[in-house]
Design a protein. Structure first.
Lengths: 160, 237
C-alpha cells in the first residue's frame, strides 16, 4: 500500500472524528446582527445568540473586532425605573444553555465610530472564550429590519 | 330576652336592618353633604377633585404601562436650553400641545435608538386613529457630548419632527431634576470619553397646559403607548 492510500484511509477515520468533536463542543452562534446606528452616533450595539452545546461552562472573557472601534461586553438593565449599562468583565453560559445578546440585555458595545456603518455591510467580531476564539460575522441591518425581525420572533413565540 | 339569645332568623335580621335603615339613610345624607361641601371647596382651589380623582382612577384601570398622575402633580418649569439648530428653546415648546418626553443620550446604543424607533411607531398608531399626534421631545441627559449638531443628525434619522433639547449641563440638570428624572454618570476605566449615563427609563406625558400627566414605564411598545395616550387624552382634566 502506497503512502497516498494509507493517508486516505487514515483521513477516513480522522475527519469524521474531528468533525464530530467540533460539532459537540463548539458553541453555535446564530442571529448575529448590528442595527445601523443613526448618523452622528459614536456607538453601536451588536447582538447574537450563543448555544453552549458543550458539556462545560462557556466563559466569554473579551471581544475584539476587525475595525478600529473599541469593543466591550455590556449589559443593559432597567432597575427601579433607571436604565443602566454596565461593562461586563466576563459572561458565563452553563453547559447546554443558551444566552441571547439582545435589546435591553447583553450586547457587544462598539465605541468610537469614525466612519458611518452602512446597512448591508458586515463586520467581524472575535469572542475570546474558554473554548478558544470564536469568530462572529455580524450583518448590519436597518432599524426597520430589526423591528420586522422582532415582530417575526414574537409571532413564532405566539405559535408555540 | 329569649329572642335575643336565639340564633337570628332571616325575619329577625330583616326587622333589625329595617330599624337601622333610617339611621343609615341619615348617615349617607350627612356623608354626601360632606363630600359635596369638600368638593365645592376643592374646586375653588383648583386641585384634583374627588370626582376627577375617581375618573382618573377609572382611566388608570384601562392603562397598560402608564401611571396616570394627579392633575396638580407637576408642571414644566421655565428653562432656557438649546434646540438641534443651536437656537434658544424654552418651556413654550410645550405650549398648546401634548408631548411625550424621552430622556436619553446618543452614546447609548442599545435602549435609546430603539425607544426613538418605537416613538415613530407611536405617532403612526395615533394618526391611524385620526387623533392629533403628540410632539415627541428627546431631552439629552448627556449634553456635554450631545451637541446640537449631533442631536440634529441623530434625531433626523428617526423623524425630523422630533424636538431635541440639549444645552449646558447645569441647566439640563435643573430641568430633568424638576421633572423627577434621575441621571448618574459612570466612568469608563479604559476610555474616559466613553463614560456611561444611567437615567430614568420612563417617558413623561405632558399636556397642553405643561402639566406632567403620566409616566410611561418600560417596556416601551408602540401599540401600548398609543393606546394609553388615547385613553389619557380623553380623560377629564
Amino acid at each position: 500500500m502506497n503512502i497516498v492510500m494509507r493517508s486516505i484511509i487514515a483521513l477516513c477515520f480522522v475527519i469524521p472524528l474531528t468533525v464530530g468533536i467540533a460539532h459537540a463542543e463548539l458553541p453555535q452562534i446564530n442571529d448575529a446582527r448590528l442595527v445601523q446606528p443613526p448618523p452622528g452616533a459614536k456607538v453601536a450595539a451588536a447582538y447574537f445568540t450563543i448555544d453552549n452545546t458543550s458539556t462545560e461552562t462557556l466563559v466569554i472573557t473579551g471581544v475584539s473586532s476587525n475595525t478600529d472601534m473599541h469593543t466591550e461586553i455590556h449589559l443593559s438593565s432597567v432597575v427601579d425605573d433607571v436604565a443602566r449599562m454596565q461593562k461586563q468583565d466576563s459572561v458565563e453560559i452553563p453547559a447546554g444553555a443558551s444566552l441571547a445578546f439582545k435589546h435591553g440585555s447583553y450586547h457587544i458595545m462598539l465605541m468610537g465610530i469614525s466612519e458611518p456603518i452602512a446597512a448591508g455591510s458586515e463586520l467581524l467580531l472575535t469572542l475570546q472564550t474558554s473554548a478558544g476564539e470564536l469568530p462572529v460575522v455580524v450583518p448590519v441591518i436597518t432599524p426597520d429590519e430589526a423591528s420586522t425581525m422582532k415582530k417575526m420572533n414574537h409571532e413564532q413565540m405566539d405559535k408555540k | 330576652m329569649m329572642q335575643r339569645s336565639n340564633p337570628p332568623t332571616h325575619q329577625q335580621s330583616f326587622q333589625q336592618s329595617g330599624k337601622a335603615l333610617p339611621m343609615i339613610i341619615l348617615a349617607l345624607v350627612a356623608l354626601a353633604a360632606g363630600a359635596f361641601a369638600s368638593q365645592a371647596f376643592r374646586n375653588s382651589s383648583e386641585t384634583t377633585t374627588d370626582k376627577q380623582a375617581q375618573q382618573l382612577a377609572a382611566v388608570q384601570e384601562t392603562l397598560k404601562t402608564s401611571q396616570i398622575l394627579p392633575l396638580d402633580f407637576k408642571q414644566v418649569q421655565d428653562f432656557e436650553l438649546l434646540d438641534v439648530n443651536g437656537n434658544a428653546i424654552d418651556q413654550s415648546v410645550f405650549d398648546d400641545k401634548w408631548s411625550i418626553v424621552f430622556f436619553g443620550y446618543t452614546h447609548c446604543p442599545d435602549i435609546c435608538p430603539i425607544t426613538l424607533q418605537v416613538m415613530k411607531g407611536v405617532l403612526a398608531k395615533i394618526e391611524e386613529q385620526n387623533t392629533a399626534a403628540p410632539q415627541i421631545v428627546f431631552v439629552s441627559v448627556d449634553p456635554v457630548r450631545d451637541t446640537s449638531e449631533i442631536m440634529k443628525s441623530y434625531i433626523a434619522y428617526f423623524d425630523e419632527s422630533f424636538v431635541g433639547i440639549t444645552g449646558d449641563l447645569k441647566s439640563v440638570h435643573t430641568l430633568t431634576a424638576s421633572l423627577g428624572i434621575v441621571t448618574s454618570f459612570t466612568a469608563n476605566d479604559t476610555d474616559p470619553n466613553n463614560y456611561l449615563v444611567d437615567h430614568t427609563a420612563s417617558l413623561l406625558l405632558i399636556d397642553p397646559q405643561k402639566r406632567v400627566r403620566a409616566k410611561i414605564t418600560p417596556p416601551h411598545e408602540a401599540d401600548i403607548i398609543a393606546g394609553d395616550f388615547l385613553a389619557i387624552v380623553d380623560a377629564p382634566s
